[in-house]
Design a protein around this ligand. Structure first.
Ligand SMILES: *[C@@H]1O[C@H](CO)[C@@H](O)[C@H](O)[C@H]1NC(C)=O
Ligand SMILES: *[C@@H]1O[C@H](CO)[C@@H](O)[C@H](O)[C@H]1NC(C)=O
Ligand SMILES: *[C@@H]1O[C@H](CO)[C@@H](O)[C@H](O)[C@H]1NC(C)=O
Ligand SMILES: *[C@@H]1O[C@H](CO)[C@@H](O)[C@H](O)[C@H]1NC(C)=O
Ligand SMILES: *[C@@H]1O[C@H](CO)[C@@H](O)[C@H](O)[C@H]1NC(C)=O
Ligand SMILES: *[C@@H]1O[C@H](CO)[C@@H](O)[C@H](O)[C@H]1NC(C)=O
Length: 375
């Protein structure tokens, strides 16, 4: 009897754990690779904040009354004192690198390598375990033989987020001085060079970008546009999260085909199957309860491995800047803050808070205002 009771309890517990894990993961997905693409997220962020009773700012691009409330909140995120007082703490950076290495190794996890997969292999999507994809010949051909980051070390790295906070920042020159520049989601640079720079050593591309920025290549005009953008990468690393969420497969295949057919000079990389969970694991142990890391946070986490000092630009998940002026969600398009649906949270304000703390501790430098051109 006793024994039976125990095994019942055990079964119940197991069920509960499975349920929790599942619930957690199902909240994660979106954006990376997903077709829906156009943001969601808000209510979840809301509930998160009401739970923690600390309104971190909820993002809503409209000028609803709620925004006025919130815009006052941005004041709390003022990360002055001025840049000149910021000091890099090398000891701390090294400590962070060491801790992150317990969870992942950017050298390995930045891409699946040729030796580990072959055409026809079946992969379960990370966020949609029930869905599978079949490794195509093209994908196989584009897998790198060795890590694009093998033995790489850079004195300074810039990670450039896509927030409209970059507009009129004049940060372009400063960004381009860094040894290694990481950009997100194939964001345009030429037209915004003064504020965002042009140097690109690694750029990410969620499959949904093909839909959002290139009209799913409906006709020759759009194919040509994408092709030009890829050509302009001129040998840099193109990082495509191909195994995250179902729905992106065709888009990834289109891009792969284009690259091969036109001999585009890019070094493709496809993040490892364990990267997302490893990154979450690291931040969770540091009490940052991100649901699904943004590309920006992924990049920071990876960069700690091979960058001595890390500078972040274009990270600002709030609708107003420090002077209460409105800020565009992306510097380059008219996407609105889409935190409206019941689906998964991108816990951007939480992430930002964590990054801000690291800035204050001297582990990284966050620039959210103008660059003075002195650097
Ligand atoms: C912003 O919030 C207002 C009021 O809460 C709501 O009516 C509107 O749909 C929201 N817009 C977006 C883009 O979230
Ligand atoms: C913001 O809050 C402060 C008090 O914390 C208040 O004095 C100020 O008027 C508020 N500003 C706006 C724009 O609501
Ligand atoms: C740098 O970080 C280390 C490790 O966290 C800490 O012990 C040290 O006090 C920090 N140094 C400064 C100058 O803040
Ligand atoms: C995977 O793709 C290859 C080539 O397209 C095909 O021959 C093979 O049957 C596919 N395998 C599965 C399990 O779909
Ligand atoms: C391609 O589609 C766009 C609309 O997405 C249209 O403006 C353009 O004229 C089309 N080009 C061609 C060559 O059909
Ligand atoms: C492309 O990269 C090569 C080698 O890094 C460089 O010499 C060349 O100037 C670059 N071309 C453009 C158009 O950026």
């Amino acid at each position: 009897m006793q024994l039976q009771f125990k095994s019942w309890m055990l079964a119940l517990l197991t069920l509960l754990v499975v349920f929790l894990i599942f619930a957690d993961i199902s909240e994660v997905e979106e954006e990376i690779g997903n077709s829906g693409g156009r943001g969601t997220i808000r209510s979840a962020v809301n509930s998160l904040h009401s739970k923690s009773n600390r309104v971190e700012v909820v993002i809503n691009g409209s000028s609803s009354p709620a925004v006025v409330d919130r815009s006052n909140e941005t004041a709390k995120h003022n990360i002055k004192p001025a840049p000149s007082t910021w000091r890099h703490n090398q000891t701390l950076s090294l400590k962070i690198r060491k801790q992150i290495l317990k969870f992942l190794d950017a050298e390995k996890d930045i891409s699946v390598l040729k030796g580990t997969l072959k055409p026809g292999d079946i992969i379960h999507y990370i966020f949609d375990r029930a869905s599978t994809m079949n490794v195509s010949q093209n994908l196989y051909e584009l897998l790198p033989r060795t890590s694009p980051l093998k033995n790489k070390h850079f004195r300074t790295c810039a990670i450039v987020g896509n927030s409209g906070i970059l507009l009129n920042s004049g940060c372009g020159r400063e960004i381009d001085t860094h040894s290694f520049v990481i950009r997100c989601n194939l964001a345009p640079v030429q037209e915004y060079a003064q504020d965002v720079g042009v140097k690109t050593d690694l750029v990410t591309m969620n499959p949904s970008v093909i839909q959002r920025a290139f009209e799913d290549l409906v006709n020759e005009t759009w194919r040509e546009k994408l092709l030009q953008r890829l050509h302009s990468l001129n040998g840099s690393i193109l990082w495509i999260p191909a195994f995250m969420a179902k729905g992106g497969k065709e888009r990834v295949e289109w891009v792969n085909e284009l690259i091969l057919k036109h001999h585009v000079n890019v070094r493709t990389a496809y993040p490892s199957l364990r990267l997302l969970h490893a990154v979450r694991g690291y931040w969770l142990t540091n009490k940052v309860h991100i649901k699904r890391p943004t590309t920006g946070l992924l990049m920071y986490t990876l960069a700690t491995r091979f960058c001595n000092t890390i500078y972040l630009y274009g990270f600002w998940p709030f609708p107003r800047d420090q002077n209460q002026n409105p800020v565009k969600y992306h510097y380059y398009d008219s996407l609105k803050y889409g935190y409206t649906s019941q689906a998964s949270p991108h816990t951007m304000p939480l992430e930002f808070k964590a990054l801000k703390t690291l800035h204050q501790q001297g582990a990284l430098k966050l620039t959210v205002g103008e660059c003075d051109g002195a650097t």
